[in-house]
Design a binder for this molecule. Sequence first.
Ligand code: MTE
Ligand code: MO
Length: 432
Amino acid sequence: MTRETRTMADGVGFNTSRRAFLGSTGLAALGAMVGGVLPLSPGGGGIPAAQAQAGGAAAPAAPKGPQYLKFPGKNDRLVVLGERPLVAETPESLLDDDTTPIEKFYIRNNGQIPEETKNPDAWKITIDGEVNNKLEITLGELKSKYKAVTRRMVLECGGNGRAAFSPPARGNQWTNGGAGCAEWTGVPLAEVLKAAGLKKSAVYTAHYAADLHLSGDASKPTLSRGVRIAKAMDPHTMIVWAMNGQPLPNIHGGPVRLIVPGWAGSASQKWLTRITIRDKEHDGPGMTEFSYRTAIKPMIPGDKGDPKNMRILESMPVRSIITSPANGAKFAAGTRELKLRGASWAGDLTVRQVDVSTDFGASWQRANLEKPKNKFDWQRWTATLKMPTDGYFEIWARATDSRGAMQPHLAGFWNPQGYGGNAMHRIAVLVG
Ligand SMILES: Nc1nc2c(c(=O)[nH]1)N[C@H]1C(S)=C(S)[C@@H](COP(=O)(O)O)O[C@H]1N2
Ligand SMILES: [Mo]
């Protein structure tokens, strides 16, 4: 097995060394874990990262296999999708916990990672714009003046599922691992907005943060997205300072961030410093052109596209993943029963049903689906499969949301930056 030189991130200079985030690499490393690489039939979701085409300027050049993350406090099976900015996804089989541990939670940055603050409670957040009383509140005040709530909710990158688009869409080639489900503790944003007093003219939020633009230009926001006021006032939209009962780690936006559950993760501003209430839709970096937008009138795959034909992606589409067994798993000859576990979620909606197939979708079996703990939690599912013979099988999983929308076989409705891709998850297994 080939090993990269293990440059230990020193906690400060890790943006400077190009290979500092990389651990072991190569197909051999993947094989060692899941017992060899099994091919999947072409098309659809579940393309192993090793085979996914790298797109976008930041993607590593022609990786020969998954590039594993090397980062303090993080699991070394996370797969690096980009180093500058640092982006890493969680293989589906690592999302097998009911609550995603911090060490397994995906990482998505657009700019530089700020240095960890020494005095979290002194961190200031400003609420300004279309409000009656501009607020400047420290994290310490936020904790003492408001009633804290904890909710388990999915955070999912808007580009999750992008690797299944054909031709490849621009951006990080997420398979299904740009998602996790953590316990978030904080206060509903609505409580803080009520304290500031929304003017009648308030229609949209604009989120700002402390992370420096990749270029180092302090006058350029790295990413600044926002949401309609109705979503901002949903009690599940929160300003949070703890994740799984721990102070929010710096890499996940600590000391304080937004969580806008069910919507593209880019609205969940990390290192939150300011929310400006606007009287019109926000136009910050990440809001315009093709960013976090899907086509209104379906476009020809691979076309350049017209910004006027794009609409903002809000609620994420329905998705399910098989979290056990792992893709490529091998079972003893004569194994006639396989236990499956998975997770499913559906943006603003809930999941009504999950089905699994071992015969390429010719027949389907309904999985046992659990209820979410609270709104925006994911729903775990299990199924017991009868295996008719030894041999190679693909296992496919598809979820249906509460409005009846089901995951398609392929990532459809192509758009230049590849949003809304929710092809069924597929794994390959070998019996005998
Ligand atoms: N300040 C800031 N907030 C941010 C980002 C960023 O680059 N800067 N990335 C966003 C995107 S695109 C996603 S998917 C989530 C990822 O959160 P995580 O890294 O904690 O998983 O944070 C969002 N918040
Ligand atoms: Mo994202």
